[in-house]
Design a protein around this ligand. Sequence first.
Ligand SMILES: Cc1cc2nc3c(=O)[nH]c(=O)nc-3n(C[C@H](O)[C@H](O)[C@H](O)COP(=O)(O)OP(=O)(O)OC[C@H]3O[C@@H](n4cnc5c(N)ncnc54)[C@H](O)[C@@H]3O)c2cc1C
Length: 436
Amino acid sequence: MPFDANRSMLPETRPVVVAGGGAAGINAALACRKHFPEKPVTIVDTQTEIGYYRPLLPQFMLGKIDAHKLFFWRPGQDPLLALRLNASVASIDRENRLLHLEDGETLAYDRLILAPGGRPLVPSVCTSQSCRLGVFPVRSLADARAVRRWLPAHRNITILGGGLVGVKTAVQFSLSGFPTILVEKEGHPLPNLLSHQAALPIEDHLRNLGVDIRTDSTIEDIRGDRQGDLKEVLISGEWAICDSLLVAIGSTPEIGFLESSGLLKGGELVVAPTLQTSDRCVFAAGDAVTIRTDDGATHRPWTWPQAISQGKLAGANVYRSAPLALSNFSRLNAQNIAGLPLVVLGGRPDQFGAVSEISDPPRWWREWYRKKDRMVGGALVGDISGAGPLHFKMATGEIIPHDIIKPGATAFSRDTWRHLAQKRTVRFFHVKGSLD
Ligand SMILES: Cc1cc2nc3c(=O)[nH]c(=O)nc-3n(C[C@H](O)[C@H](O)[C@H](O)COP(=O)(O)OP(=O)(O)OC[C@H]3O[C@@H](n4cnc5c(N)ncnc54)[C@H](O)[C@@H]3O)c2cc1C
């Protein structure tokens, strides 16, 4: 067996290795450098470019922002922070604390932070061999660069998937003058975040912006020309002209390389609220993890803000004798969809009774989801007033009166409302779901 310097490394000279340089990985590496300045850190990532805002990729595809605005982090002068780009982790040897890279190299670690994020899902119908060009997942900067090069001569856009990524992408393309079809298999956009009613103002808004929304639909086939360039997609029985198909149906944790690591439980990378895995030297954060709390509940808050806060916590926890726990698992998400504000407080409308407040016609919609009298989630569409205090009440588990969702509700102190300068008129109040 050839001599391997990594194996003989003393633990104190081994670095903290971070596998994955997305929002979670970079924040973990920086937090680790800040809290433990004497410890070297190495970030390993499959891609050649890291440190960019994934949520801005649609604008980048369209040339609305340049590469320099896309990056939230660039390598600096820190001699103890090393990068290994274009390098994939293939497997882990926990006994010897080694990472095996796909190119055959090994890297020793003292502590390991796993932040490999998600892999985009692309249905097999979109990968037809006869049609090799024109289909792109919406996930990485490399794909976004390919879309940017492809677009000038291919302006008929179809986006598959009406979740947050698909909706945001459709809005950007439509606003830039591209004929845009948005295909969603459920009956309304953002089905994992919003109830049917809450999605109505968004659906209206998208149509007004020129997006051709096809709900209850999917892509059944694609076909291209002789060169293999995409030309048409079959949407629920009807062929539509399409030379650029952007796939945004979601992602799945990128954890295949952990299969023999002993860290997966039921196929998931499960961590405690401290972001510690079953191995005390291995932490994990971001879109790849499932967090299990002491009561047995599982949380998968796969959002950009969560990737950042989990990354920071994982980096700060790696050498703590008593690691701190994540305080908030919510999928809080604030968006402005071309002038229509939206705050998702978390939870799923179909799992709990919803208490809602609407305007008529549906220009805005506010609802919260409850378990007994506690708030476990909600959504504010069009009128997001009081989002901060509502989220606070949800996080603190306070008992909440039913009308709290009303803009200007008395459950908040006068000072709060004065501070938030709320002046909204309630048109219609309606309670649905059981009140037990
Ligand atoms: C277009 C778009 C828009 C979005 N908009 C929003 C939004 O508005 N709000 C919001 O909350 N969320 C949004 N998201 C989701 C958000 O970007 C993710 O939740 C977040 O990026 C997750 O961060 P992460 O660090 O866990 O994973 P990722 O960002 O996926 O980073 C993981 C990194 O690990 C690397 N990696 C994977 N496997 C390996 C391996 N074996 N070896 C080495 N490296 C590896 C990958 O190359 C990648 O760089 C959006 C996503 C997209 C694609």
